[in-house]
Design a protein around this ligand. Structure first.
Ligand code: PEP
Length: 268
């Protein structure tokens, strides 16, 4: 990403980690609408807005190439992200897209294991782990989504679910590799529901994830992994969620489809 002098991305002075705010557009906007939204977002942000957080945009597949060209031709300080990919490199997998196809488009981040993929498309922890590996093998960064459902939360199983999802998704990876990942804590009950977790919920999810990383790979790896919060984030809730202990950024769905709302979240 290019940067103007004095306005380069700064790490959070409290943690030394770089914040990341990601917009997951899900299955919304055709490529013409996508271009318009990115332009609107770009014109609404000031140079200083890029110095606190890296910003990644995750449009549907049909918009990746046009947005890549837009970002690169106008030297926009957005990172390109994808919402999913398949774990095989190529072959008879109708409808799927490989990690290497994404990396050729200069995609930097790939969301893996989003709860909608797990729930609607039946992705298991094993599939999620294969996808994490595929993304890493193409020098991209997975944004691994983990989170408990409302029923699991009510049954007091949040810790168990988060620990299992983290452990299985990262199985066989070295600590050094794990330290480069982004993990999004996305309580399922808060995604697309308007029910936002409190900053305390977000902090406690981030802590559970880091504790499990610490047990598996040691404290210094756990300290380097960036943990986002995701689930019905709005401009009103963004600031307090970003300030929550252990939270290094936000994964934003619905509100990232509105340039004004997403830029207010970025400024939060
Ligand atoms: C998401 O898609 O990851 C998400 C958090 O969606 P929303 O912000 O709409 O709840």
């Amino acid at each position: 990403m290019s940067s103007k002098k004095g306005l380069e991305l700064k790490p959070n002075p409290r943690t030394g980690r770089y914040r990341l705010i990601s917009g997951n557009w899900k299955m919304n906007l055709n490529h013409l609408e996508a271009i318009q939204l990115v332009q609107k977002l770009y014109f609404g942000l000031r140079d200083v807005d890029y110095s606190f957080s890296e910003i990644s945009i995750h449009p549907p597949l049909t918009s990746l190439r046009p947005i890549q060209l837009l970002i690169e031709s106008d030297r926009m300080r957005f990172s390109l992200g994808a919402q999913n990919c398949y774990f095989e490199a190529s072959g008879a997998y109708t409808g799927e897209v490989s990690a290497s196809m994404l990396s050729k488009l200069n995609v930097k981040y790939v969301i893996v294991g989003h709860s909608e993929r797990r729930r609607i498309f039946g992705e298991t922890d094993v599939v999620v782990a294969q996808k994490v590996k595929a993304v890493l093998s193409e020098q991209m960064t997975p944004i691994l989504c983990v989170g408990e459902s409302a029923e699991e939360r009510e049954a007091g199983q949040t810790d168990e679910v988060l620990m299992r999802q983290v452990r299985l998704a990262l199985a066989e990876l070295s600590g050094e590799t794990v330290s480069t990942l982004v993990i999004a804590y996305e309580p399922i009950w808060a995604i697309g529901t308007g029910l936002v977790a409190t900053p305390e919920d977000a902090a406690s999810g981030a802590q559970l994830i880091r504790e499990e990383l610490g047990r598996l790979y040691g404290g210094s790896v756990a300290d380097r992994v960036r943990v986002q919060y995701g689930g019905s984030v709005t401009p009103t809730t963004a600031h307090d969620l970003l300030e929550a202990e252990g939270v290094d950024g936000l994964l934003v769905g619905g509100a990232s489809l509105d340039a004004e709302a997403f830029s207010r979240i970025i400024r939060a």
